[in-house]
Design a protein around this ligand. Sequence first.
Ligand code: AMP
Ligand code: ZN
Length: 511
Amino acid sequence: MRVYNTQSKRKEEFEPLVPGKVSMYVCGPTVYNYIHIGNARPMIVFDTARRYMEHKGYEVNYVSNFTDVDDKIIAKANEEGVTAQEISERYIAECRKDMEGMNVKPATTHPLATQEIDGMIEMIRTLIDKGYAYNVDGTVYFRTKKFKDYGKLSHKNLDDLRSGSRSLLVTGEDQKEDPLDFVLWKPKKEGEPSWQSPWSDGRPGWHIECSVMAKKYLGEEIDIHAGGEDLIFPHHENEIAQSECCNGKPFAKYWLHNAFLNIDNRKMSKSLGNFFTVREISEKYDLQVLRFFMLSAHYRSPLNFSAELMEASANGLERIRNAVSNLGYLLESAPDDTLAGKDTGNGSGAPTTQNASTGNIAASEQSTSAGNTDAPEQIDGMTEAEQAELANVMAFETKFDEAMDDDFNTADAIAAIFELVKYANSNVSAENTKVFVQAVRDEIIKLCDVLGIIAEEQQELLDEEIEKLIQERQEARKAKNFARADEIRSQLLEQGITLLDTREGVKWKRA
Ligand code: AMP
Ligand code: ZN
């Protein structure tokens, strides 16, 4: 697998620090409002990168923060007359709902800046001890001139930046030794949340939080650090400075940055006011359409949001879903004895007929075993011709993997799925064995799932099915099988059903 590294400005072979494991940090949103679809772009594209690496068999430790202390949060809190914590908690909850709608997996850990202040004080102390930071009247700055590699990520001309910043210096900033020095800790102002520190009662600068959280949850050296391209400078450049000077080690091996989501060819942003929230989009479209739209372009290409492109994405998604549901009908409508009298190629027709008619777990497990795309497994119950045909089906997965191995080229990966769909529409029919139909259907669903796209329409649970599961959960609890009881609760939650344990028994409601 090759990934484009912003630092080296080229695609590099991906080799994690620990074979088989990936540590990945993605800068998360500042939570003072609903997230907009520009913020959703890094969430979707890096969630897809994670899913693909998991598909390849890596164990991915994925950390993404919520910035819950910031000027904008404080301003919003003052506007509403509530605490900053109330604002950040509210919008973290809303952000999680949006993530769920977009099928973005929760991170392994979602740390909050306000819960990590001790670690930040610790890191700032180390930087001061090592001479990389200095305190002026309670404000601590990072001494950029002392870090020889400063600028290595953004490749900026530091002299130009220095002279540019010098003319922009605002009052109070003239206490800095150098215009490029940045704040690690600042004293509180009236009405702001604050924490005690050796330098002043105050709060951390924005950059230090990510250095500290990455170190705590992933270690001093990590594989991948990612975010939107606006974060390259100064945020990520400053993270490198803090982490490498504190730890004395290289920080991240690969730096990945997504391009902007634009509207009328300008960056979508809150400050320009040209944004749509994910919530607004969800009122018009299934959020799966938004995900599909985001993945239809390469993550390093600018993407312009338009109603036409969303319509095209809706149509593309529908084409895939139609193929999956048609294959589902074939499975349902074909008689159970489809295999009767056919040469199964391995002489084991009788038992596998049962497999095919009962949801075919054995076959689908084999067909979804990741990685083995060149040598199709022998699947019980298929004809010899179908066994041979399976190699053609698996070739689409190889194509898909090749696209994703090339710096997560989701646009070409989607093209490979479309080819598979076309193949299914024109080659799979009621003449096929159920096992084969199932294998093709599973393959489409599986590849979509790697992209986080749900190809199988979810069927709503009927009331009686819910009651039955609740009954089963009660029995599991009685038998002290709490794992099963929890599993049922989660299964129902995934379908939007919340359980309430009350004195009168278990009640449930749909979301
Ligand atoms: P923020 O809350 O502004 O710090 O942004 C959270 C994440 O969204 C960062 O990784 C930003 O780079 C990213 N982001 C913000 N606006 C856009 C946009 N219009 N297109 C792509 N990514 C964006
Ligand atoms: Zn960050």
